[in-house]
Write a protein that binds this ligand. Structure first.
Ligand code: F6R
Length: 612
């Protein structure tokens, strides 16, 4: 939800700003803009549409300027137009602001500021901050940092803000509340951005910022203060991946690259988790055996694809650890009266660690006394910071908006938690843990095997490109896989797609089946193939009504009624989602390519959803 970058140092700022925005474009691509710190008056350019439009609008003789801020937008208040693109400036055109998030009290502020003579030129909530800061800077004798502290006290909502003023253009001031901002420490230069990807080419040293911390960077200094002006010691950390991870590496799209990175991502997430005496090693969950035994109920909170990983968690943890698991859509969770107590373990799953719905839900759960364990892919992001403990997935940076490798690693992480709980509570023997873990270690090679044989699937997909709608069916852990397959297709191919539990079909959805409707059935389901027969009946039911059925089946599985069969390697039923999801990712990817859609940046979406 909006990408933000700031630079101050000896380089011509346009290069790190535009490169940074390119790396952050996954966060929103409705418009892009920059403000360069030209002394005396800022140079501003902004354009609706993708970053390329902004680049095209930049003059060839752009002055060499050594500081600036840049923004790529996912529109909330005000349509995606040039006028509403960030930066927004004060009436003198000397102070520029960029913003990620929502200023909830912007209309009250606007009325007040208009009374004081400010003229507004956009429909955004952000512009009110530019005018407010302008007044407060004057009241604070030209001190932009002090003005930012005062401004933040008057703002409600979630925001990351960066500001620059033409009278001290080498200084950039930022702040964050419920929205991400990191500082990059360079050599004689400094950076700020929504995500370290923006400056990874220049430095691997980063500082995480806490809630309501105001940071001021100049080429030679970084100062962090709280809202009372008290200095805050920087919390520095090292970025552990390099810039190659944030590039396409010869693949036509980030999504395809990320699909092919899945064997490594799964292997990295699994590595070193079983001791020589067959004990699951998850020290980072920070729970004693006594505390694990005291868990009464688990609530998994997540959104979108991460929610589907949570659904797999329910099947695995209930089966292995015999603890009741509820799976909640984060945005729904705190707006009812969920039953939470000290016996509740909340597991929050989030690739980005910044999803506002999930963050708000865990705050609610914590306030009610629950312990919160995060599963997250982004170091030092907000959700892990606010949780009691975090199990990091090791998928590496996921740039494509549609989640692939993060999903598989989230599923693997919930398996590890399930095994740990089962072991401590004595529900699985050490030998069973050993066998399951070793079977999990085989998953990367099995995913590799699927990826080696995707060409026929890609060809098959192209044949369905004109379909109006695609339905996905699954049972047991095949059900979340069906939902995930449908979500991927919706977001990438813009086709109507729905996933159903096979048993629900006859309770309504079967009416959707018409002559030629493609139905993808995920056959591996239920322990010891207990549900295969039922899935085969579902296949017959839809085929009898004219569906064209594609079946995802294990090698050797008996399949009747399929027009096409996609074979995946054999695995225990509960582990199958890690394999069965892969062909569905490829199906959605190929469908998007065939239909001419933007695979990595599908319309209307943003990678990191930092507004509720
Ligand atoms: C779908 C997708 C989204 C995210 C969801 C949660 O491909 O990527 O549905 O899974 O927005 O995001 P995180 O995991 O960052 O909390």
């Amino acid at each position: 939800m909006c990408g933000i970058v700031g630079y101050t140092g000896p380089q011509s700022a346009i290069t790190p700003l535009v490169e940074g925005l390119r790396r952050l474009e996954y966060r929103g691509y409705d418009s892009a803009g920059i403000a360069l710190g030209t002394p005396g008056s800022l140079f501003i350019e902004k354009r609706a549409g993708k970053l390329g439009n902004l680049e095209g609008a930049l003059p060839a003789n752009l002055p060499v300027v050594h500081s600036g801020i840049g923004h790529t937008r996912w529109a909330t208040h005000g349509g995606p137009t040039d006028r509403n693109a960030h930066p927004h400036v004060d009436n003198e055109g000397k102070l520029a602001v960029i913003h990620n998030g929502i200023i909830e009290n912007y209309s009250e502020l606007k009325i007040e500021l208009e009374k004081r003579g400010h003229k507004f030129t956009s429909d955004t909530d952000t512009e009110s901050v530019a005018h407010l800061l302008s007044d407060l800077r004057k009241e604070n004798k030209g001190d932009l940092t002090a003005a930012m502290r005062e401004a933040v006290k008057k703002l409600r909502g979630s925001f990351t803000l960066l500001a620059i003023h033409a009278d001290a253009p080498e200084t950039i001031v930022g702040v964050r509340r419920n929205s991400p901002l990191v500082v990059g420490i360079g050599d004689g230069e400094n950076f700020m951005a929504s995500d370290v990807a923006a400056f990874i080419d220049y430095t691997k040293r980063a500082i995480e910022l806490g809630q309501d911390e105001v940071v001021t960077i100049t080429p030679g200094g970084i100062e962090i203060t709280d809202l009372s002006g008290k200095k805050v010691a920087p919390r520095e950390y090292e970025i552990t991946w390099d810039s190659a991870a944030a590039q396409k590496g010869g693949f036509s799209h980030f999504m395809l690259k990320e699909i092919f990175e899945q064997p490594k991502a799964v292997a990295d997430t699994l590595i070193g988790r079983l001791s020589d005496n067959n004990q699951i090693q998850l020290d980072e969950i920070h729970m004693s055996d006594k505390e694990i035994k005291a868990i009464k109920k688990i609530v998994v909170i997540a959104c979108g694809t991460a929610y589907h990983a949570g659904m797999v968690a329910k099947y695995a943890i209930e089966k292995w650890a015999k603890i009741s698991v509820e799976v909640e859509i984060a945005s729904e969770y705190r707006y009812r009266d969920p039953i939470i107590d000290a016996g509740t373990l909340v597991i929050a799953i989030s690739q980005s660690g910044e999803t506002m719905d999930t963050l708000m839900a865990i705050r609610h759960a914590k306030a009610a006394g629950a312990r919160v364990l995060a599963i997250c892919n982004t170091n030092s992001s907000t959700i892990p910071r606010e949780s009691d403990a975090v199990l990091y997935t090791h998928a590496g940076p996921e740039i494509a908006v549609a989640s692939t490798k993060a999903f598989l690693t989230q599923v693997v992480a919930v398996y590890l938690i399930g095994l740990k709980l089962a072991q401590v509570r004595g529900e699985l023997k050490d030998s069973e843990i050993h066998n399951l873990y070793n079977e999990m270690l085989e998953l990367p090679a099995k995913i590799e095997q699927i990826l080696e044989t995707v060409e026929p699937l890609r060809e098959l997909t192209r044949g369905f490109a004109q379909s109006a709608s695609v339905l996905f069916l699954g049972r047991n852990v095949g059900y979340p896989v069906a939902l995930e397959g449908a979500l991927k297709l919706k977001e990438l191919a813009y086709m109507h797609a729905e996933g159903f539990a096979g048993g629900e079909l006859k309770h309504g959805p079967i009416a959707l089946i018409d002559q030629g409707t493609p139905v993808i059935a995920i056959l591996p389901a239920g322990h010891d193939h207990a549900l295969d027969e039922k899935m085969l009946s579902n296949i017959q039911e839809v085929k009898a009504r004219g569906a064209r059925v594609i079946v995802i089946a294990q090698e050797g599985d008996k399949v009747v009624g399929a027009e096409h069969i996609i074979r995946i390697p054999v695995a225990s039923a509960l582990l199958q989602p890690v394999l069965a999801t892969v062909p569905l990712q490829v199906f959605a990817y190929e469908m998007a390519v065939t239909r001419g859609n933007d695979v990595d940046q599908p319309r209307n979406l943003a990678k990191s959803v930092t507004v509720e």
